[in-house]
Ligand binder design. Structure first.
Ligand code: NAI
Length: 336
């Protein structure tokens, strides 16, 4: 029995976490769920977006599955997602984007695993005003040798253990010569220890274009925080959108699994949310827990539903169904 902290979160979070718990239960995975709160809902009810007992539960169990958390735009509390990543030093954000059966897309045979540095860069949100009348605002990007080495090594180790052939490092070292220049320098150093894996580096704007023109040329990709944020959504778009891409935040001694998408307030409570992204995140969690066979069994059931029962899938991927019709279809296959 594994114990996992579950945070349903905001918007569509409660609907999709319930679906994922049901599907994991139907697969026979033995998980004891410890439910805790975070996000906008927690802020409204408990006056904090990240209650102490949520942090304590993650500190104790070291593994969590998290629904999306809404973050106010422009002002208000800071992103709980970012706080959690920093608090537990979850330096690897891993986002696979793989073409799925029977999902309409102009792109075929995409299979990219993107490693995004998760604790530094511009994303730390260290900003301040300058001048008495707030004439301008400044933002600080932090890149350290240590954190760069950790994420780049994680990408190479993944490539080696998953029989991948190439690591592409993405940067903007022509303009941000110190920060992303340092990331590139460390990348070249680390690459020298992995002669069996091809290494290339690309400037981020070129990367965005290449990903659209020929995404099949990419295998494992590693980049800094903000570039990774943007490129991983682009990668999701290549394989069917935000509803079908999972993610893992992994550190040396804790891991939080979550979907790439947000709380989707426009469809919350309507039964339209696609739980596949969070489910794929949960499959990464099962693999992390050593339950690889269960993960494979569920993945294969999802592929069968996509291929043979598309009408049960949610509308964002061309189905005619709802969160529950998809959940029931996957569970039926698992029970059969
Ligand atoms: P979003 O990802 O919530 O939604 C973008 C679009 O994709 C919407 O049209 C939505 O309906 C659709 N969509 C997203 N997930 C879907 C799913 N599972 N099934 C079907 N359709 C889906 O992005 P948005 O609107 O920019 O952000 C909303 C809130 O979520 C914000 O407060 C933001 O801060 C937060 N957010 C949280 C994240 C997290 O917790 N990791 C990540 C991204 C955003």
């Amino acid at each position: 029995m594994h114990t996992v902290v579950i945070i349903p979160g905001d918007g569509i979070g409660p609907e999709i976490t319930e679906s994922v718990k049901t599907i994991l239960g139907a697969s026979g995975a033995e998980i004891g769920w410890v439910e805790r709160r975070a996000g906008e809902g927690a802020f409204k009810d408990l006056s904090t977006p990240l209650p102490d007992d949520t942090v304590a539960a993650i500190e104790k169990h070291r593994i969590a599955l998290k629904g999306p958390l809404a973050t106010p735009v422009g002002s208000g509390f800071r992103s709980v997602n970012v706080l959690l990543r920093q608090k537990f030093n979850l330096y690897s954000n891993i986002r696979p984007a793989k073409s799925l059966p029977n999902i309409e897309s102009p792109f075929r045979a995409v299979d990219i695993v993107l490693f995004r540095e998760n604790t530094q860069g511009l994303y730390i949100g260290r900003e301040h005003w300058v001048g008495e009348n707030e004439e301008h605002a400044e933002s600080i990007a932090v890149v350290t040798r240590d954190a760069s080495r950790k994420i780049i090594k994680a990408a190479f180790e993944y490539a080696r253990s998953h029989n991948r052939k190439k690591v592409t490092l993405v940067h903007k070292a022509n303009i941000l010569k110190l920060t992303t220049g340092l990331f590139l320098t460390i990348g070249k150093e680390v690459a020298a220890s992995y002669p069996d894996i091809e290494f290339e580096d690309l400037i981020v704007d070129n990367m965005a274009m290449q990903m659209v023109i020929r995404p099949q040329r990419f295998d494992v990709v590693v980049t800094t925080n903000l570039f990774g944020d943007i490129l991983s959504d682009l990668a999701s778009g290549l394989v069917g959108g935000l509803g079908v891409t999972g993610a893992a935040n992994i550190g040396d001694d804790a891991a939080i699994f979550e979907a790439v998408h947000g709380s989707a307030p426009d469809i919350a409570g309507l039964g339209l949310a696609n739980p596949t992204a969070l489910l794929f995140s949960a499959l990464m969690m099962l693999e992390y827990l050593g339950e690889t066979r269960k993960a494979e069994k569920i993945r294969s059931a999802v592929y069968t539903v996509l291929q043979d029962h598309k009408e049960k899938c949610t509308k964002d991927i061309g189905g005619e169904g709802t969160t529950s019709s998809f959940t029931e279809a996957v569970c039926k296959l698992l029970r059969d």
